[in-house]
Design a protein around this ligand. Structure first.
Ligand code: ZN
Length: 170
């Protein structure tokens, strides 16, 4: 009887392990699809895209692309929040800066909806998201030649929140 229980227990554990393996395979295949898709828009940066997209997924967020200029981080549904990555860009590198910035919002953790009537906190959210983006940007030597491009884009985005690069140094 004890053996039977043990065998039954093992079968359940085995089923559960198989389920986890299947789940991992599915997640890896979704991850790979995202890496392939986003790399196809930002040519020549596959290693960076792979690293950033993997980090996004490892941090419990996922990415969908949409045919818009803007990108955003949506906390709904809470079980798997989403970065909506705008692919309607003249300069495709801006997609990567958006990805870094929206991932920065994810790491920041504050939801825009909670502070939409509070400009100060909205600005703090933006500053923190860019600080997180800066930190991630600095990890990739291949991106350093694009620093001016990144800086211009960041400056333009900050301006829409009445912020300047100096605000990031406070
Ligand atoms: Zn933002």
């Amino acid at each position: 009887m004890e053996n039977l229980v043990a065998v039954q227990g093992d079968t359940k554990i085995e089923e559960f392990i198989n389920f986890l393996i299947l789940l991992k395979v599915c997640m890896n295949s979704e991850l790979q699809q995202k890496i392939d898709e986003i790399s196809s828009y930002i040519l020549g940066y596959e290693d960076v895209v792979r690293s950033i997209v993997t980090k996004v997924y490892e941090n419990g967020c996922c990415i969908n692309t949409w045919n818009k200029k803007i990108s955003l981080h949506n906390w709904e549904p809470e079980s798997s929040c989403i970065i909506w990555l705008g692919i309607d860009k003249v300069d495709t590198k801006h997609m990567m800066w958006d990805l870094l910035h929206e991932f920065g919002h994810h790491l920041d953790g504050r939801k825009s909806a909670d502070y939409k009537d509070n400009d100060f906190i909205e600005q703090m959210r933006e500053i923190n998201a860019w600080k997180n983006a800066d930190q991630e940007f600095s990890l990739y030597s291949i991106l350093q030649k694009d620093y001016e491009n990144y800086l211009d884009y960041k400056t333009k985005c900050l301006k829409t929140y009445n912020l300047t690069l100096e605000d990031l140094n406070d």
